[in-house]
Design a protein around this ligand. Structure first.
Ligand SMILES: [Zn+2]
Length: 270
């Protein structure tokens, strides 16, 4: 018996884009056209303003622009988390959640660390304000689900020379108990600055429409993996109790896909 992603899918792909600049509009259109899902980490204190990489998105467009994707925190003012007192950090994350929930209408529960900077204090404060995960900028070049969601290392940046190779590796990888996950991150302004929108167009074209890949936002993956980690299993491993609100899919030893419904005990026959 082993776990799969929802629907019995064997692999997952997610994206994470920081800073919430107007180039997100074009990026969202590319993701939507290809049926892919992403998370957008915004700085609520910079909405409706201009920055040196370009304008930030308007507060009033957030709900519609990011519909079907995830809106998440990146700190109110994009301050270096390691230069802040605990009190300032608390404000930087909690005010961000409050404002982004107001404009997006979503339940905002994700974070990426500004400048990729974090320590035990940033992790503790993020958790204290209800943030379930936070992305770093440490590329792993692998497909492993994180040990600690508050220190979620992505697979690679979109400009990584190995992007396409890694995408093809995900597609070609056989079903695996470790639930392969590819996680790509970046900033949409980089495509504009470096005039390389072709990178993401080509990558999305390669990855789209695959029946064995779950296209999910960051928080959907976090919630799903946390649900797996919360399952209670009988000692003979034939019964699974799912105490969470998220259905979990397993595959038994004869290849059948079984759903463990929330709040129920499921018998897994082999
Ligand atoms: Zn940033």
């Amino acid at each position: 018996m082993f776990y799969t992603y929802p629907g019995g899918k064997q692999k997952a792909l997610t994206f994470s884009y920081d800073d919430g600049q107007v180039f997100d509009r074009k990026l969202v259109e590319i993701f939507n056209r290809n049926g892919l899902k992403a998370t957008f980490h915004l700085n609520s204190g910079r909405l409706d303003k201009s920055g040196h990489h370009g304008d930030f998105v308007d507060s009033e467009e957030i709900a519609k622009l990011y519909a079907g994707h995830e809106v998440a925190c990146h700190g109110v003012l994009h301050q270096d988390p390691l230069l802040l007192s605990e009190q300032e950090l608390l404000w930087e994350y909690s005010k961000d959640r409050l404002t982004l929930e107001k404009y997006s209408g979503q339940f905002v529960q994700g974070l990426s660390y500004a400048y990729g900077r974090y320590n035990d204090t940033t992790k503790r404060v993020a958790k204290a304000v209800g943030l379930k995960y936070s992305r770093t900028v440490n590329s792993t070049h692998d497909f492993r689900v994180p040990a600690d969601f508050l220190e979620w290392n992505p697979t690679c940046h979109h400009a990584d020379e190995r992007l396409m190779e890694l995408g093809r590796n995900l597609i070609d990888s056989p079903p695996h108990r470790m639930m392969p996950l590819m996680y790509v991150w970046g900033h949409s302004y980089e495509f504009n600055r470096d005039d390389n929108w072709g990178i993401i167009e080509e990558f999305c074209e390669l990855m789209k429409g695959r029946e064995d890949i779950w296209y999910a936002t960051n928080v959907e993956i976090c919630n799903y993996v946390n649900a797996i980690r919360s399952l209670e299993i009988s000692m003979d491993q034939k019964r699974i109790y799912n105490p969470t609100a998220t259905a979990v899919w397993v595959r038994n030893d004869v290849g059948e896909t079984i759903v463990c419904e929330p709040g129920k005990i499921t018998v897994v026959k082999d």
